[in-house]
Design a protein around this ligand. Sequence first.
Ligand SMILES: Cc1ncc(COP(=O)(O)O)c(C=O)c1O
Length: 532
Amino acid sequence: MTDTPLEQLLQQHFSIDALQQSPAALQQALRMLGSWLSAEHAPYPHVPYAELIEQLSASSAPADGMPVGQFLEHLQHTVLANTAQLNHPQYIGHMTQALPWISVLAEAFTAALNQNQVKIETAYVSTLIEKQLLGWLHRQVYHQSEDVYAQAMSATSGALGNMVNGGTMGNLTALAVALEKQLPGTRKRGLFATMQESSYSGLAVIGSARSHYSIKKALASLGLGEHALQLVPVDGDNRIDLVALEQTISRLKAQNIKIVALVGIAGTTETGAIDPLAQLAAIAAREQIWFHVDAAWGGALLVAEPYRHLYQGIELADSVVIDGHKLLWVPMAQSMVLMRDSSSLNLLKHNANYILRDNSGDLGQTSLEGSRRFDALKLWTSFKVLGLSGYATLLGQAATLSEQFQALLADQQDFELITRSDTFILTYRYVPVLLRQRMDALLAEGNLDAALALNQQINTLNAKLQNRQKAEGESFVSRTVLESTRYPGPTNVLRVVMTNVKTRPRHLRAILAEQRDIGQALARELALETGG
Ligand SMILES: Cc1ncc(COP(=O)(O)O)c(C=O)c1O
């Protein structure tokens, strides 16, 4: 008797017996993963994007399936071969990097267990694991008493925080809580009714010019609008300018605009700078506004003693966001939004009859998301396997690498460090010596127009350099545009994130050597007078 199509499908793709009896596919997948994790390819794909679009432009889904072995081959050639190798030692451009392999295994368990963290009925022990992990991170930030953490484990209402999909969702959650706290009832009535009934002429959230764009997204989603974000200029160290902040607050108050929240940044995306959190906390307390700290990037440093002093005042924040998938070395997506007061998240509390019964302890009660993966597992695994001491070692290596790169830059006449930070992000530029001398002379003379024009040329040089290295080179760094540098006007800079644990000084030297070669070729193409 022949199997029905359903029986065949179940046997091939749902029954684990077949896989166990003939593990060739599993072995093939493990080989592929092993080769990927050993980072043998160029860090950035060289196949032009247009070619990939063509390869992937079939507009109908496959009518019939293919054997798994054949699919894995396809995966290798189509996906793995054309994927940015973020774990390559010469990929130091973004906040994603080499991972401990145990977290890849943890991801496999998350998929296999397929828990839904929304309610205990679909997330039995995983609810507690998530709570425990939130408690561990909360403790690093807020140092509350042992009782607080013990009670939080069995609490059926309130929460120390939410585990969320990323910093973006964390910032949205924090600002949703802030809005409800500052304008009670808005969640039910809507912002329109709240404003009609209030005497305010508008609403604002304040953050520095380095605010991550997710803050704007949150304000758009909450109905305040992106323009509600009042951007305060930064000082020469890329930290919020406190004098300008006070002026902004005075202006908004004079305009009768209600300030819903003040956002401090602990590790800005572009430069890694940490705002003066204790001063911001004092200002927020004086003005009785919600104080949120976006520590999506830098918050992880709190797990290691040597860095805690940088975050003085973070324990006064009403809410804090920390991304595990950035500086805690776990795969995407994994992030946390923490609340100083565990009752704050009740401001978002939702209940439904079939799940999330009131005071059920279901995590979904306070989450803006619905179905949610057991993403806590990979970070819980990393803490168990690496321990706090392992994290301290990884962070120490990032600090060392950061120092090494700065020392290397200081030795090059044609590279210039633009910003440094305590959170391992550096920016720099390729500036041929003659151009730098000319710029120095123009600035000394106060010839701003000519300096601006020259800066524009250096901008073009650096932007093209980054593009060419990405498309053709063996290394990857990113770039951004800063103001408030020694250069006049918007300034294109190369940006590196020194947290790739596979990167060694020889890789850094290779990255700079490649940039110099590209830079010199570009200077010739652009007919820049560089004297060499
Ligand atoms: C400071 C900061 N906040 C928020 C975010 C958004 O985080 P995610 O990409 O995890 O949503 C980022 C991302 O780079 C960030 O650097």
